[in-house]
Design a protein around this ligand. Structure first.
Ligand code: TRP
Length: 445
């Protein structure tokens, strides 16, 4: 069976040279390999998380699609689509949301970084955090699991998202699989060979550092102007240059054969002036980009053609996602009424189920909890607490309590449990044994 390779690009900006060398070029190359089925898409739902400018979203979707096509992507061979043209993706996203523990999302790097920044600025931890950002990894898991991708080539910053996708897939398989796994566990692919381009100032090329070299935008004049602004040291023409230590050389290498790079390096070490070096770099980049830029300009001027290609891609993708979603819907119980028997659902046997604590807020706004049996019957209800932390401490305390040491006081029909002098709950004395059994079962798990 072929390997399914899937990746997406968030459509919130105009692609630059770093996006091309780091993501687009290697993806296109991978898609031409034998035994590979490639799924490449525009992550336009993800773009909405950080961008509320409709013009910019629309423009970026068009530019990124045109870039991919101009750079040589074969839309016949690759399944090439927009995320938002596949309604099964947000549908799956919801099913996955319902099996994803909130605590898992609390640990996501992007969310934690936002919280850390807020804490540093002395504002509310969740200031400016929308639910899209918070559950970003679930939507990404849906993108990947919808098509059962085996390999997902991404940048280092996305490794954690892939781990979460696997985690979520396993939970769904475990809950609903009944012997057959619905989802393949995807593997992350971080390619060390792929160039992470430095920007004008030597830091990673990124829009947020404002150090990018444009790809097609502004034509060759803009690419040239940016290259001329690359920061170098102050060595004069004739003075030997430190090729390895210069990011100009790193850029050159990303667009050259090993022989070309070796020759350029020698020239630098023999004193090539930085001005001439920049011209040489421009020529190398231009040789690769010029023919693509022509196709790009042509494509962008005919958006209807791009739309046709993307619609065809969406049909191809949906031929897979629609039937798969039918199975998933049936698995979770969203079935046609006609295929549902009228017999009452048998309660799940208590086997494997555990007693549990459930917390709630009462009418007075106080925090309480109940202890339920494995069958869901109430064993005890707690006293009210002013805050959820105090209720949590009481639950922990109860679990640690040696109930064997608690005896019903003769003559009293109510048992009172207190922890560190605070009354936590009262219940009828004849329940003592059941409470004891429930707490012991909990302690086991
Ligand atoms: N989060 C990815 C990024 O910012 C984009 C993305 C969205 C993606 N969904 C995906 C990548 C699914 C791979 C697979 O780079």
């Amino acid at each position: 069976m072929n390997t399914r390779v899937l990746t997406g690009i968030t459509t919130s900006g105009t692609p630059h040279l770093g996006n091309y060398a780091g993501a687009i070029r290697p993806s296109i190359q991978a898609s031409t390999q034998a035994g590979v089925d490639a799924f490449y898409f525009m992550a336009d739902y993800h773009a909405l998380i950080k961008c509320d400018d409709p013009q910019r979203i629309a423009r970026s979707r068009l530019e990124i699609a045109a870039t991919w096509l101009a750079a040589g992507l074969d839309a016949e061979r690759v399944t090439f689509y927009r995320q938002s043209d596949i309604p099964e993706i947000p549908e799956l996203c919801w099913m996955l949301t319902c099996v994803t523990p909130k605590g898992l999302m609390n640990r996501a790097h992007a969310y934690k970084a936002a919280v850390d920044q807020n804490t540093a600025r002395d504002v509310e931890p969740d200031d400016g955090v929308n639910m899209g950002l918070f559950s970003y990894p679930v939507l990404m898991a849906a993108d990947i699991l919808m098509f059962n991708a085996n390999k997902v080539p991404v940048g280092r910053d996305q490794i954690q998202h892939l781990e979460m996708a696997r985690d979520i897939a396993q939970r769904f398989n475990h809950l609903y699989g009944q012997g057959t796994d619905f989802f393949v566990l995807p593997e992350v692919q971080v390619d060390e060979e792929v160039a992470t381009l430095p920007g004008l100032d030597g830091r990673k090329m990124s829009k947020s550092y404002d150090n990018t070299i444009p790809l097609f935008e502004g034509g060759s004049a803009a690419t040239r102007a940016a290259i001329m602004r690359i920061v170098t040291d102050s060595r004069q023409p004739g003075e030997p240059k430190d090729a390895e230590g210069s990011h100009l050389y790193t850029l050159f290498r990303a667009f050259s054969t090993p022989q070309q790079s070796a020759a350029f390096r020698q020239q630098l070490e023999e004193g090539l002036g930085w001005g001439d070096a920049k011209k040489a770099l421009f020529d190398r980049i231009e040789e690769e980009l010029a023919p693509m830029r022509e196709r790009y300009t042509d494509l962008v001027s005919r958006p209807d053609r791009i739309e046709d290609i993307l619609q065809a891609g969406a049909s191809k993708a949906r031929a897979l996602s629609q039937p798969f979603m039918e199975r998933l819907r049936a698995a979770v119980g969203l079935r046609a009424a006609s295929s549902t028997t009228g017999a009452p659902v048998k309660a799940k046997s208590g086997k494997g189920k555990k007693p549990r604590f459930v917390s709630f807020r009462d009418e007075d706004g106080k925090f309480r909890f109940r202890l339920l049996t494995a069958e869901g019957d109430e064993l005890l209800s707690s006293e009210p607490f002013d805050d959820p932390q105090a209720a949590g401490v009481a639950i922990k305390g109860l679990q640690a309590l040696q109930l064997g040491d608690v005896a019903a006081v003769p003559g009293e029909s109510i048992v009172t449990l207190d922890i560190a002098g605070v009354v936590v709950c009262r219940f009828e004395a004849d329940r003592l044994e059941a409470v004891e059994t429930a707490l012991a079962a909990l302690a086991e798990g």
